[in-house]
Design a protein around this ligand. Sequence first.
Ligand SMILES: Cc1cc2nc3c(=O)[nH]c(=O)nc-3n(C[C@H](O)[C@H](O)[C@H](O)COP(=O)(O)OP(=O)(O)OC[C@H]3O[C@@H](n4cnc5c(N)ncnc54)[C@H](O)[C@@H]3O)c2cc1C
Length: 469
Amino acid sequence: MSLQQGISEFRSQFRGVVLEPGDSGYDEARRVYNGAIDRKPRLIARCTDAADVMAAVRMARSQDLQVSIRGGGHNAAGLGVCDNGMVIDLAPIRYVRVDPSSRTVLAGAGCTWSDVDHATHAFGLAVPSGIISSTGVAGLTLGGGLGHLSRKFGLTIDNLLSVDMVMADGSFATASAEENPDLFWAVRGGGGNFGIVISFLFEAHPVDTVCAGPMLWNLEDAADVMKWYREFITQAPEDMNGFFAMMTVPPGPPFPEELHLRKMCGIVWCYQGSLEQANTILEPLRSYRPPAFEFFAPMPFPMLQGMFDGIYPAGLQWYWKADFFRELSDAAIDKHLEHAALLPTWQSTMHLYPVNGRVNRVGETDTAFSYRDAVWSEVIVGVDPDPANYAKITAWAKNYYDALHPFGAGGAYLNFMMEEGEDRIQATYRGNYGRLAAIKAKYDPDNFFRVNQNIRPAASVSRVSTSSR
Ligand SMILES: Cc1cc2nc3c(=O)[nH]c(=O)nc-3n(C[C@H](O)[C@H](O)[C@H](O)COP(=O)(O)OP(=O)(O)OC[C@H]3O[C@@H](n4cnc5c(N)ncnc54)[C@H](O)[C@@H]3O)c2cc1C
């Protein structure tokens, strides 16, 4: 059957919208969050349910079309979209059901975290996620999920109870601790390699008002603050989360005008407890190096989740590099200061997210996400609206990364990587790579799902890392 005949037949079985080049809405639908990505798929299948996804997989197989899976479209490497193939776009599968009695949350694969936060907050609950609410639930979860609640409740995958999936042959499967446990192990960190998740069932936690927000210091204080932070955050009560940032002050409220566009460092806190308790815990820092500015107050959790969304609207140019770290030595701090002083644009930044507390109490072979012994996940992000500045933001991020990488633990958080090749993926999964490759061979032997941080099926693996460090 010709491709055009195949598409006609597919349209007749499909409930959602099918878009081809030239169709109205095609250009908007192929756009992803990173404005630097410009790919032109042959077909975009906007799926409404599992039946649509099954039909799309069968259609792509019969026409030998490469497939990319799109959840929230936030992936910086643009892995939700492909050239000449089919985008299986899950955006219309967007529902959240909260069950307050079991404290569980069912989220469709097209949800963003703002959908989940909105629905759960009404019940005084939250699911651990990231720090930007427009990020997709699907991609963030499948890579691990690091954010404001990680120290207390673990990664997003540590709160995942089950997933419904469409597999590479178009069949349907549920994966949980009881059903297809090998698949469930693999999807908790293995990204989009094993199938298309239609829905996620999460455990939620009582999180309502948090004491949260940024504290900022001048770069002259950054070394002292970083040294204080490295001691504090590894021993702090797990109710307290704080990620460290090298940044430029945004040119708008709530920041005072005299600080606008000044390069500074900051810590963004999230405390689950009273303001009085938070102030007691943070008093030593405030008296050691008083912040030049702070916006720390009790707020509804979704407000914290959306706090930075306005700074990072869709369509900016993004390039990022990442690493895990077990320690933050004085020599590494010197390098941070050197490169923070060179921040190329005001939206560019470096974040160090704590990967400790509850995250470290899950074993490194308990889920596909292996770096349970990391202490920080670093991401260096070059961002700017102007494509003419892409070379500048990329060069800065690469230079910063090159300077810090020798101090790193070896791998990086999957969701903070560009397309960096198989060695980097193996370094990230370490001892789990062989098991992942075997599970890939079982569920996707011909690597149908390969527009991702790809784990190759066992038979075609060139070199499987056996060391766990
Ligand atoms: C501004 C910004 C802030 C971020 N902050 C955080 C953060 O705080 N914490 C954090 O952990 N991460 C964070 N991330 C990284 C984020 O987790 C990844 O970019 C992730 O890939 C986004 O998921 P998505 O569904 O939006 O991506 P998409 O681009 O839609 O998908 C990315 C990949 O995920 C896989 N995938 C997506 N949906 C499915 C599905 N339903 N089934 C199977 N595979 C699927 C596919 O392989 C796809 O190629 C951030 C990203 C950005 C751009």
